[in-house]
Design a protein. Structure first.
Length: 175
């Protein structure tokens, strides 16, 4: 397997993993939960999703031929007027991720070294993909933390629950 194929498979795996973490968080929430904020100046899950979707649509639409910061994007409005239902929020979430996955499906060994622009700054495709992977991971982490705060003792862990590492490792290494 060449570098480009290995890199793309690895990043696609990671993007899917973070999407799945968000999906699993949303499954535990009610409509009212997506609007909860720790403080008035903080973002709700709905606002974070609106921002992520806006970013994904801007960055990945025609990403090989246009700047990743589209003239039609209004980033500041992504943090106001949040979605008020999980259904609307998830529809936007799915649209953003689909745009990303469709775009990454266009990347191959022949174009992996293409230079693209984000906010008029040149990036290699690898740099641009890494930039977005880190950005999305940080926001999905926020979504998960907010979900945990909202659900409190009713939160269902998305990884190895506290106090169960030894049992998990025993199963992994002794089976």
């Amino acid at each position: 397997m060449d570098f480009a194929q290995n890199y793309l498979e690895s990043t696609l795996f990671e993007f899917r993993r973070y999407k799945t973490m968000g999906d699993a968080t949303f499954a535990q929430l009610e409509d009212s939960d997506i609007l909860w904020r720790y403080h008035d100046h903080d973002n709700s899950i709905s606002q974070i999703v609106k921002h992520l979707s806006g970013n994904m649509l801007s960055r990945w639409t025609n990403f090989l031929s246009e700047d990743g910061e589209k003239p039609w994007r209004d980033r500041d409005t992504e943090f106001v007027d949040p979605f008020t239902t999980k259904k609307a929020m998830i529809t936007s979430w799915e649209k953003g991720w689909q745009c990303l996955f469709d775009a990454l499906g266009l990347v191959n060994s022949d174009n992996i070294n293409t230079m693209i622009k984000i906010r008029n700054e040149e990036h290699t495709l690898v740099e641009a993909i890494n930039r977005q992977l880190a950005h999305y991971a940080s926001h999905v982490g926020q979504i998960v933390l907010l979900g945990k705060m909202i659900k409190s003792e009713n939160w269902v862990s998305l990884s190895i629950p506290k106090g169960q590492s030894a049992a998990f490792n025993s199963e992994k290494f002794n089976s």
